[in-house]
Write a protein that binds this ligand. Structure first.
Ligand code: GLA
Length: 406
């Protein structure tokens, strides 16, 4: 393999609050992680992408950029890099209009970000692939534009996702959470209080959006569209602000919306609507609580968010519920599932003082008994050592390309 000249680093994200509302155009509050997908690569004069990966089961992948990009088998890791290429080279992407022959990349993908864990490893790979291809062709795209482009491109993999993950990955700021707004996409850094500590705790179950969880995830996005249409249709004529959650929640109070929805929507969809509109309110309140360093208030909102995801949105699992309850018992300010759910991780908020006790409680009451039952070697934690199913998350910088060796 050609000696690498560049390293692209694309961090994962952990969502602090605002779950399953990005695809409804509503604001969310994640932060970029200090764990990332990396690609060490050299540029090629031919329009070819040739990548290997250090992760088990990820074989060499190769495809051309001068032919329509086709999807590999469902679940194949290369689909995320193909999605990036598809977004850049087709659909009026920035490389489609290039007036000189396209250059390719050859390199190796590596990651210290747990995969299939609700920490956006897939989006990190799409962003990493896009940045590598842009670098190889000396084209620059502003972070927010690239976030919008890669969010759309990731739908190539079949998931009808929102735009939170790519924006968090590209716009991360050290020591800050990010408030992300949509239509148009914006990322506003929110300073993290010094004393706050974030713990990511794995439920030890894979949440693989390219496989089983994809159907459940896409069903939620569809249901949100259906219920929105029903609520808007039931508004008095002339009263419908527009067919978007943002317009609706901006014009009508949450309580009134819930009242109206209770009359217009059946029992299957009503809880989905309740989650979306109450979660939007929680994001606004949580952002204020963070700005004023009110940890208990932020924590209480996380707990409400978790309960709503469990009961209204039905994306939690017994293991995630157990982690949340152990963390709260041990003195955490708040805890909730993070990411799409259906497995994956919980995010726990503690003060500097309580963090060690909470970690100890989780090790003793959640992980120890599972260690007995089966080896933690089965953990979904990619290349993260299996003895580390919990880690402290630090708000980090966004994706970047650096000269190699660093
Ligand atoms: C996944 C998607 C995001 C978002 C979350 C749930 O991570 O990629 O766009 O919808 O689920 O909040």
């Amino acid at each position: 393999m050609t000696e690498p000249r560049w390293r692209v680093i694309a961090p994962g994200r952990v969502n602090l609050i605002g779950e399953h509302i990005d695809y409804n155009g509503l604001p969310v509050l994640p932060m970029a992680l200090d764990r990332a997908v990396r690609i060490d690569f050299a540029t090629l004069d031919e329009p070819v992408v040739r990548l290997t990966s250090t992760a088990p089961g990820c074989e060499l992948t190769e495809f051309r950029l001068d032919r329509p990009v086709v999807r590999a088998l469902q679940g194949d890791w290369s689909n995320y890099v193909r999605a990036a290429a598809w977004g850049l080279v087709e659909n009026k992407g920035p490389l489609e209009a290039c007036d000189r022959p396209l250059r390719g990349i050859e390199g190796q993908v590596d990651s210290n970000l747990p995969v299939a864990s609700g920490l956006a490893s897939s989006s990190a790979l799409v962003v990493a692939g896009a940045l590598a291809l842009l670098k190889a062709n000396d084209v620059e795209v502003a972070p927010l534009d690239l976030a919008a482009l890669t969010a759309h491109a990731e739908q190539f993999t079949g998931v009808q996702g929102g735009g939170m993950d790519q924006a968090a990955c590209l716009c991360g700021v050290v020591g800050h959470a990010l408030r992300i707004d949509f239509d148009p996409l914006r990322a506003t850094p929110v300073p993290m209080p010094d004393d706050w500590r974030w713990i990511v705790a794995s439920s030890l179950a894979r949440a693989e959006k390219s496989r089983g969880a994809m159907r459940a995830y896409n069903a939620r996005t569809r249901e949100c569209g259906e219920v929105l249409a029903q609520v808007v249709a039931a508004l008095p004529s002339g009263g419908a602000p527009s067919r978007s959650y943002r317009a609706l929640t901006g014009a009508i109070s949450v309580d009134e919306l819930l009242d109206r929805a209770a009359r217009a929507v059946g029992p299957r969809l009503l809880p989905r609507f309740r989650h979306v509109v109450t979660e939007r309110r929680r994001v606004e309140e949580a952002q204020r609580a963070m700005a004023e360093a009110r940890i208990d208030e932020f924590g209480a909102l996380m707990v409400q968010s978790h309960k709503s995801l469990r009961d209204n949105y039905e994306v939690s699992t017994p293991a995630l519920d157990e982690i949340v309850s152990i963390a709260l018992d041990a003195g955490a300010a708040g805890a909730r599932l993070t990411g799409a759910g259906f497995g994956g991780c919980a995010i726990v908020l503690c003060s500097r003082r309580t963090a060690p006790t909470v970690v100890e409680a989780l090790m003793a009451r959640f992980y120890a008994k599972r260690r007995k039952r089966r080896s933690l070697d089965d953990s979904p934690f990619g290349t993260v050592p299996p003895q580390e199913p919990i880690f402290e998350a630090r708000a980090s910088a966004g994706a970047r390309v650096a000269a190699y060796p660093l």
